[in-house]
Write a protein that binds this ligand. Structure first.
Ligand code: BDP
Length: 326
């Protein structure tokens, strides 16, 4: 009797599951971004949503909550892991402590050029890093460009390696980034992106670092008038989906999501290139002094960071394979 009841329940569940799949429910996927509307990452995810809507005949839509409406990156990552938020576009840095493989593409000077970065992230190595998210309740869909990050300061311009000494520099919440700043003899202060503007203004920090579009859209350039082209990291952005949401999708819809995300990468690159130019123009026109610098002492100082964070066979191998990509 018990056994029959059990079988009955299983059959009912199977029926329900089949029904759920064939009913092909409508879904609106909520996606988080800290950047403002119009920023390339926000527009790329909207575009991904349009493609997904087309592929699913309007059943699955994406709604982007930009301008940190859903919170700072550290919080939205947790909420995405718990399935409260469906999708999240973030930088790799806030994943560094959780997922060691994400450290590798953020390592200082690991890429020789944007082309090198594209080749690596579009290929086998990129796929391995995407796959590493699965163990952490996330499905990583694709990487987006983030240009190169450089330092900006309020009072003391960085004209040489020695000018890093003792400057209080905001970093993303990642141990690797802390270690990178220590290796540069700076004084790292981890804080979330949304706090940086007032921290610059009130002198809690002396500077921060970011790419052209973020330096501009955050308005940090209104306060920090020196931008030094160290281009020390090309840490890419990543678009993730909650594993909980992913598991609700049929295999066909999962494929549609992956395809839409992959197709949005090219769009993002177009948007990025255009935005980089525009942002650079805006920043220069606002009177920010843009400083070119000898990068070699910065590169030379990074050995301890590699030793500390590319510290397993797997990670060392990833670094070596990246460097070998021509
Ligand atoms: C920007 C990234 C964003 C990061 C931010 C930061 O797009 O995801 O959170 O930098 O420095 O370039 O926190």
């Amino acid at each position: 009797m018990l056994r029959r009841m059990f079988l009955g329940a299983t059959a009912a569940l199977a029926l329900l599951a089949a029904h759920g799949a064939s009913a092909q429910e409508e879904m609106i996927l909520r996606s988080a971004d800290i950047h403002p509307d119009g920023y390339p990452t926000v527009e790329a995810v909207k575009y991904m949503g349009q493609l997904l809507e087309e592929k699913t005949n309007g059943r699955i839509k994406v709604e982007v909550f930009h301008s940190r409406q859903l919170g700072e990156e550290k919080d939205t990552i947790e909420q995405t892991r718990f399935g409260v938020i469906d999708m999240n576009r973030v930088n790799l840095a806030p994943f560094n402590n959780l997922i060691p493989q994400t450290v590798v593409p953020a390592l200082p000077f690991v890429f020789r050029s944007i082309e090198h970065m594209h080749k690596v992230m579009d290929g086998e190595i990129g796929n391995e890093i995407l796959a590493a998210f699965e163990a952490h309740d996330l499905v990583a869909l694709c990487f987006y460009d983030s240009g190169a990050r450089s330092f900006y300061t309020v009072n003391k311009p960085i004209r040489s390696f020695a000018d890093m000494q003792g400057q209080k520099i905001r970093v993303q919440q990642s141990d690797m980034w802390l270690s990178m700043m220590q290796a540069l003899k700076a004084n790292p202060t981890p804080m979330s992106y949304g706090e940086v503007y007032s921290a610059l203004q009130t002198g809690v920090i002396d500077g921060a670092e970011n790419n052209w579009p973020s330096f501009e859209s955050s308005k940090h350039y209104e306060v920090a008038k020196f931008y030094t082209l160290t281009q020390h990291s090309m840490s890419p952005e990543v678009l993730t989906m909650s594993k909980a949401t992913w598991d609700k999708l049929t295999p066909e819809d999962q494929t549609a999501v992956k395809e839409a995300a992959k197709a949005s990468v090219a769009k993002m690159r177009e948007l990025w290139e255009a935005q980089e130019k525009k942002s650079e123009e805006t920043v220069r026109a606002a009177g920010v002094e843009v400083i070119t610098i000898d990068k070699q002492p910065f590169i030379d100082a990074m050995a301890p960071v590699y030793a500390e964070f590319a510290n397993t066979e797997e990670l060392k191998d990833l670094v070596a394979r990246i460097q070998a990509v021509q």
